[in-house]
Each structure stands twice: as C-alpha cells, then as structure tokens.
Design a protein around this ligand. Structure first.
Ligand code: FAD
Length: 352
C-alpha cells in the first residue's frame, strides 16, 4: 500500500515540468510541484512554435511523424483541463532564399516522408512579406499559448494545494530505498525538470548540456494582418491583435541574461529585410535553451538512487518533444515499459 503523501514531487514548472505533471495527473497520480522562477527560465521567453521540417534540408525532424499527432491530442487535453484553448494550428510560411532552395522544396514535396508537411504555393503572395523566390507552406505546424498555459497550470496547482513556491534546497532532501522526503513531505519519486538550473543539481550535473542563449523581440505591426508564422531565418509569430513575437538569435558564449544591443540590431535588420509594412519594437527578452550535446532529451532515473529522476534537455524543440516523452517517461515509471535508448540518460556515464 502507498503510504507517501504524494506519488511524485516534480521540481520545476517550465514546459517540461508542466507537461510531466499534467501527464502524471492524467494517470491519476498525486503530484506536488516545487518551483521558483529563478535564473534562465526559458519557457516564458519561447514562442511555443512547433514545426515538423528541418529548413536546411526540408526533411522531417526527428520522430516528427509520431510526435505531431501526439502533440495535438495532448495540448487539446491540457487545454480542456485548463478550460482554455492553448493550441493554435497555423502554417509556417517559409520564404525561399534562392532558385536552388525552390528546386529543393519541389523535390522534397514529392518525397513520401516530407510530403505530408508541405504545401507548394511558390507563386502565392503573402501580404506585407517580401520574398524574391516565393513561399512554401509548412503544414501540421503552429504554436501553443505558452505563457497562458504556464500561468493557468500554476494557478490550478496552487488552488489544489499542489504547489510549493520556493527554490528546492538539495541539502534538505532525504532519500530512502522506497521513498524520498523533503521538509517532512514524502513521495515515491522526485523528478527534476529544472531546465538549465540542472547544472547546480548534485545528482545530474554530469549531464552534457551545451546551452544556447536566445534573444527575442516583441513588435507591433498594425498592417501585417497574418495568422501564419513567417519564417525567413527568424520566425515572426502572431501573439494576437497587432502583436508579434520575433526571434531568435543563437549564441553559445556570454551565457547570461543580459539583453545585448547587437542582438536587437540584428533582429531589427532582419525584420526590415522581410517586412514590407511598418513595425515598432515594444519588448526585448532573453532566455537560455537547455540544449544537449547529442540534441536528444535527457530522461531517466539516477543510476544509484532509483527514486530520483530527470526530465530535461528539451533543447530548441521542447513543444514537440515534451508531450510524447512525458507520457513515455510516466509509462516507464509506472507501467515498466523500456525507455527509448536515444533519450535515456544512461547514454552518459556519471563518471564522465
Ligand atoms: C528565445 C527562445 C525561443 C524558443 N522558442 C521555442 C519555440 O518556439 N518552440 C520550442 O519548441 N522551443 C522553443 N525554445 C526552447 C524551449 O523554450 C525549451 O525547450 C523549454 O522551454 C525548456 O523547458 P524546461 O521546463 O526544461 O526549462 P525552463 O523553462 O527553464 O523551466 C525550469 C523551471 O524550473 C525552475 N527551477 C529550476 N531549479 C529549481 C529549484 N532548485 N527549485 C525550484 N524551481 C527550480 C525554474 O525556475 C523554471 O521555472 C525556445 C527557447 C528560447 C531561449
């Protein structure tokens, strides 16, 4: 018989912690979330887009055919739980950079693997957007209302006394063979979903993150009028009304939360190349992506402490990866199914 106060303590309520906690709740588990908005919380900066194509090759991203249908049903379900729509299905309108790229698009749109995600409309015009070589439309893509989802999930956790708003103190964690406890609260498992804060976690700090800083702008453009996501090296994502998310940059040094004038100038220059309508910058924000050496998520249990797990490493495609792998991890924990070896943290030895 289960005598713990909770089935799981989940540490972190970004995208990873939210999807994992929701999956646990869906599977009738009792969850306590410990979260403090500290450091480089990147979910709050992300546009929340999902897109099944790699733009260099127009090939599907890793596991796109499995992840996409799952993502849709998961976020619809999460939206019903939260009593609000969080999933927006939108095309990504890809501006073609050259005749070679157009040719590649045409070839790939005949390919069995890529075809379901591509609509050829190379001659179509897109209001307010410049392109010398036309546009391709990526289908089965879109974005989620990330901030709204995070806030509302947090509110509901608070209402059901399932939220501790504090920074978890590792020194107060007691690990036994059959449970863990924290400040007198017991649970069968503790699962860490800390994004980049994981570098401070004594149990998992050996895992090889290669963090990537990203800066974004929020703009207003009353004449753009698009419901699609525009892609031309950067993304322009509708946030509602005349407001759009624009980003983002990628840098692997100076991994701090400083907004740089260089990034702002770079993004504005790119916008001026793409947009044929006026815009005004209203915000500039920063986040750091929890990207992993081999670009696969980091999931599994600690090699010596079977009560401690991790769900992290969502990198640049968290929105696509989190739903499928949250269910995959919960099935592993409670139904004994094997973890996919490509995501299992066993691929990285704790001895380095
Ligand atoms: C600029 C930018 C744009 C992006 N755009 C997209 C996009 O469009 N689509 C997409 O799929 N992905 C995008 N990403 C990537 C995406 O944001 C990440 O994959 C995802 O948000 C990672 O979520 P996470 O929950 O692992 O981490 P985080 O969002 O960082 O959440 C971790 C949480 O854990 C908390 N925490 C950590 N340690 C502790 C502790 N000891 N005690 C209590 N709380 C703790 C933190 O405060 C935080 O709330 C983007 C990233 C950036 C930076």
């Amino acid at each position: 018989m289960n005598t713990s106060d909770f089935d799981c303590i989940v540490v972190g309520q970004g995208l990873a912690g939210t999807c994992l906690s929701f999956e646990l709740i869906r599977q009738q588990k009792k969850v306590l979330v410990v979260d403090q908005d500290i450091g480089a919380r990147c979910s709050a900066v992300a546009a929340g887009t999902f897109n099944p194509l790699v733009f260099k090759t127009f090939s599907p991203t890793w596991k796109a055919h499995e992840l996409l249908p799952y993502l849709k049903s998961f976020y619809l379900d999460l939206g019903s739980f939260l009593n609000r729509p969080i999933l927006n299905e939108r095309s990504v309108v890809k501006s073609m950079k050259s005749t070679d790229q157009r040719r590649l698009w045409n070839i790939k749109s005949q390919d069995e693997d890529s075809r379901p995600f591509m609509r050829s409309a190379l001659e179509e015009k897109v209001h307010g957007v410049h392109s010398n070589h036309g546009f391709g439309f990526v289908e089965q893509s879109g974005n989620i209302n990330m901030l709204d989802m995070l806030r509302e999930f947090r509110r509901q956790l608070g209402e059901s006394s399932s939220l501790m708003e504090e920074t978890l103190d590792y020194g107060l964690l007691v690990i036994e063979n059959d449970h863990v406890s924290y400040k007198g609260i017991s649970a069968d498992y503790i699962l860490f979903c800390q994004g980049l804060e994981n570098v401070k976690n004594p149990f998992f700090k050996h895992l090889p993150f290669i963090p990537a800083k990203g800066e974004i702008l929020v703009i207003e453009s009353p004449e753009l009028h698009t419901q699609n996501i525009i892609h031309d090296r950067i993304n322009i994502v509708p946030l509602g009304g005349i407001t759009y998310w624009v980003g983002s940059t990628f840098t692997w040094d100076n991994l701090n939360m400083e907004k740089t004038p260089e990034a702002r100038v770079d993004l504005v220059d790119q916008l001026q190349d793409i947009l044929e309508v006026p815009f005004k910058v209203v915000e500039h924000r920063v986040g750091i992506r929890p990207t992993v050496k081999d670009r696969r998520p980091l999931i599994g249990m600690h090699p010596e402490h079977g009560r401690i797990g991790i769900f992290n490493g969502l990198g640049t495609r968290g929105v696509m990866l989190a739903p499928y792998f949250a269910t995959h991890f919960v099935d592993h924990l409670y139904n004994g199914s094997d973890l996919n070896r490509e995501v299992d943290i066993k691929r990285f030895s704790a001895r380095g």
